[in-house]
Design a protein around this ligand. Sequence first.
Ligand SMILES: Nc1ncnc2c1ncn2[C@@H]1O[C@H](COP(=O)(O)OP(=O)(O)OP(=O)(O)O)[C@@H](O)[C@H]1O
Length: 268
Amino acid sequence: MSTPEPNADDIILSLENVSRYFGNIIALNDITLRLKRGEVHCLLGDNGAGKSTLIKTLAGVYQPSKGTYRVDGKPVHFTSPKDALDLGIATVYQDLALVPLLSVARNFFMGREPQKKLFGLLNVMDLETCASTARDKLAEMGINVRDPHQPIGTMSGGERQCLAIARAIHFGARVLILDEPTAALGVKQSFNVLKLIHKARAKGISVIFITHNVHHAYPIGDSFTLLNRGRSLGTFTKQTISKDEVLDMMAGGAEMQKMIGELEGATI
Ligand SMILES: Nc1ncnc2c1ncn2[C@@H]1O[C@H](COP(=O)(O)OP(=O)(O)OP(=O)(O)O)[C@@H](O)[C@H]1O
């Protein structure tokens, strides 16, 4: 049922037999993951499966204890998230790295605001360019902001998630790693985030979408890697696995059936 080997040139980023240890704890055990150019690759796993460790390894926060991390076919040894960003690998974490009291426009640029000269002498932030660029770039991604000067705290959770993704794309992401982007959202807002992922893929951006929600992953995903207790249960393309099979693997399949059987037989 596992997917055939993809062509090496089609792979933008890969982990080959990567393990990550924390003392005696094996957070990742011999993981192989290959992200194809322009695909949405869903990484699914329950609590403690190793998703955060994997994201942080891809993002340059952690180094693999074993194995090889490759970008564009070449081995990389990131020592910080900046190294990953320099190669266009951007991670949007659940906290989104937004400042609630700053405006939508300032949050969009966040330290990279364009400058202008005041009285031909002093360098100051060009807030009007910030506002118009933020409004235009967000509109391109289907997010309409009434007033880019409004504090970001006035936006909904889904809008803020979309802003963080649009910002990463504007600043040159080739690979977007999205850490549970729909976890805290309702149905409509999750749908908007999924639409944005679809738009990112249409722009040629490769996406790793981390989630434990198969219902969100399956409609948007091209391929799926399932993590369980630090191990990969395999990578499957949409053509090779059904949504029910993914759900079954996530739920632990036989393991879950055994627990249900025990519960049904228990006297409480
Ligand atoms: N810095 C660390 N030091 C020690 N153990 C760690 C560290 N980070 C993660 N672990 C352990 O590695 C395993 C995988 O954790 P990880 O946070 O990557 O899983 P996860 O899939 O993101 O879980 P969750 O969905 O609950 O956040 C867990 O057993 C965890 O306790």
